[in-house]
Design a protein around this ligand. Structure first.
Ligand code: ATP
Ligand code: MG
Length: 344
């Protein structure tokens, strides 16, 4: 039986990278899944607090994320949409997995280093870096492994930045099963074709919700005007014509990839897309990209605004409660087996 799980942090309104790399895939899986399969999509607020958060803002972001998930097309009748912190079993399994997780393995993960702006190489941390490093930020791949394993998910649709963490989750499952019997399920990663959308202002970095520069990302709630402005200011180059060359022309190539991936019905290579526009000026090409983004996001934006401006959002909290109830049932069933297997 297929069980799909994935999560997104309530750290702002989702951007084009979240949409093309993850959310659109979530909806596709929902719409194409066999009737007996289970789909769980979580707003992972316990992950969001690995960096300092203002409580009121975190509450608002959580609401915006639920509104976003509905706006992109998730259906709470079909998918279990829930808040991670409403399901304590995620944290309980994290603790159990922590007791066997390897510090060495975790310290090789790149994400906490990038959040601390530390170099990626394997050099040992000096004392001042260690003092800044929070235990939660260091160990959050273990929570992420627990998120997936506690529902015995078989498939996890994510962007490429999460591949390393899922490899870790599979290792956790295999290690647990090796010593305690076949209880957990090592999950398969599903990467969408648009697995890594790059920042508009620093095209060597991935587009991120939490990057300080709002011009680096297009939000699913951005107006036509905001989209046009951000694309216009996107970092490109002064080479004549449009060609696809991620090494030499990362900025333009990112825009070409966005254009190619927006239209997922038409699977064309980035070189083909670039060829269609080869003689355009950068300015005209950017107009084309902005138009295409607007065309694809406008109905999502309208649904998002309608939900956020609705004076009665009681249904949103009811949906959350119902989702959390169903997610608790799924997670508690696994935790009972895990406890039994290790003698608790
Ligand atoms: P933050 O900066 O707070 O970490 P984020 O933009 O990285 O935010 P997450 O909530 O961490 O978003 O990730 C949600 C999902 O979106 C994950 O599956 C992740 O792999 C995917 N994702 C994030 N950024 C991109 C991107 N630039 N391209 C493709 N997929 C992405
Ligand atoms: Mg992230």
């Amino acid at each position: 039986r297929q069980v799909v799980f994935s999560g997104i942090q309530p750290t702002g309104v989702p951007h084009l990278g979240n949409y093309l790399g993850a959310l659109r895939q979530w909806v596709k899986l929902q719409d194409e899944a066999a009737p007996e399969s289970t789909l769980l999509y979580s707003v992972v607020d316990l992950h969001a607090i690995t960096v300092a958060q203002d409580p009121a803002r975190l509450r608002q972001w959580r609401k915006e994320m639920f509104a976003s998930l509905i706006a992109v097309g998730l259906d709470p009748k079909r998918s279990i949409i829930f808040c991670q912190s409403a399901v304590p079993a995620h944290s309980e399994l994290m603790w159990i997995l922590s007791c066997t997780a390897s510090m060495g393995y975790l310290s090789r993960m790149t994400q906490w280093k990038s959040k601390l702006a530390l170099p990626d190489n394997a050099s040992p941390l000096d004392e001042s870096s260690k003092a800044k490093l929070r235990l939660g930020l260091f160990s959050y791949p273990v929570l992420q492994a627990a998120d997936v394993l506690v529902h015995r998910a078989t498939h996890v649709p994510v962007g490429e930045d999460q591949s390393q963490h899922l490899e870790f989750a599979r290792n956790c499952a295999n290690a647990f099963n090796h010593t305690s019997g076949k209880v957990l399920v090592p999950p398969e990663t599903i990467l969408s074709p648009a697995k890594r959308v790059m920042s508009l202002t620093q095209p060597h970095l991935k587009m991120s919700k939490s990057h300080e520069n709002p011009k680096s990302r297009i939000l699913i709630s951005d107006s036509r005007d905001e989209i046009a402005k951000k694309i216009k200011s996107a970092l490109t180059d002064s080479i004549d014509g449009i060609t696809y060359d991620p090494q030499q022309r990362p900025g333009v190539s990112n825009l070409i990839e966005i254009l190619a991936h927006l239209d997922d019905t038409e699977v064309r290579s980035c070189h083909e897309v670039a060829h269609d526009y080869k003689d355009l000026s950068m300015r005209a090409f950017k107009d084309k990209v902005a138009d295409s983004i607007d065309e694809h996001l406008s109905s999502i934006r309208v649904r998002y605004e309608t939900i956020m401006h609705d004076s009665n959002t009681h249904w949103l909290s009811e949906m959350n409660e119902e989702g959390s109830r169903r997610a608790r049932a799924s997670a508690d069933a696994t935790i009972a087996l895990v406890r039994d297997a290790i003698g608790l």
